[in-house]
Design a protein. Sequence first.
Length: 230
Amino acid sequence: MFYEISGKSGADQYFLELSTKARVNRAVIALQTLDDTIYQSPKQKYYTAIRVYDGISESYCKRLYPKYAEFERLLRALVSLIVTKAYGSAWREETVPEEMMADLKKNARGNLPISETLEQMDLSTVEEYLFAEREVVYEEVVAGSGENAKGTAGKTADFEQLSKEELCRLLEELRPTSLWERHFESLGSQKKWKEKIVGVHPVRNKVAHQKRISGAEYKQYRQLWKMLPD
């Protein structure tokens, strides 16, 4: 390990630079230990430590970013395949709320090809798109129940003419459901996937914006990728 202290004699500020020529895996651990020692030292009552450049977090971010980027690309590819299979080329009109679509076009600054729609969604928007409950127009659902099992039209409110299976189907249609529940359940429960995707938010924010990441967080985030569903 090498260190250099610079600053004019009697100045209010001095600069301490820690560096090493060792391999990254070993060097980061050593630098992290020194960094923690400085910031946890009781001697801090004599000085205020301000970190100017964080090479430790830079190393962690460089190693985590490819894993995060791969996860987000594969997630978008998965969503694109499923909704295209379910709705064809009209999937955007059928599944993306008008308000969300307006925001996506605004961010894209105008024309937004269908193939780039999901690319305009950040992780939180993808989460909302997949897991938000759809709005149910109850009148339309109930009105559509006027045809009984024999295919003959009946009164909308004549529920006594409906079979048990028809009533259960009607109640299910009246229940607000998410896009995931309607088309993605074969891949796993919404609860499990939502927990994993939400769990990625902290690392996404830190890695994408080059914020400080501790050694403990780095280990936690690496473990997170291993736990994500295939």
